[in-house]
Write a protein of this length. Structure first.
Length: 126
């Protein structure tokens, strides 16, 4: 693999955790292997690996963008990642409030609902 892939895998593990990445890797097939390489190199090895902004800020941006674009299925995974990125519950609520104003209250409302459920699951797992 490439240096960007290796860096991406390192960052992906830092943000999402070994358990999540190990599970995703175990479920990878020939069908989606090239897609997994693409996101590991691009999202994790390029965007998330940049030192221009912090993981905390990236978490806030990512969650706001997921909510604003209606990509709700990714929100629980990125809420869980906040345990590793340093983004607080208040940070995420502020990001979703921006979504409410600039992208729509229903999207923000649904994102907040998902975040609350995920935070509750995380607390119950402790």
């Amino acid at each position: 693999m490439s240096d960007r892939f290796d860096k991406g895998m390192e960052v992906r593990r830092q943000v999402l955790g070994d358990e999540h990445v190990d599970h995703a890797e175990a479920n990878k097939t020939n069908f989606d292997a090239s897609f997994q390489t693409l996101i590991t190199e691009s999202a994790w090895g390029n965007v998330w690996a940049s030192d221009k902004i912090s993981y905390r800020e990236r978490s806030m941006l990512t969650l706001a963008l997921l909510a604003a674009t209606g990509n709700f299925e990714e929100i629980p995974m990125h809420i869980r990642a906040t345990a590793n990125t340093g983004a607080s519950k208040e940070d995420i609520l502020q990001a979703f409030q921006h979504v409410a104003i600039y992208a729509g209250v229903p999207k923000a409302n649904h994102a907040i609902k998902l975040a609350k459920a995920t935070y509750k699951e995380m607390e119950n797992e402790k």
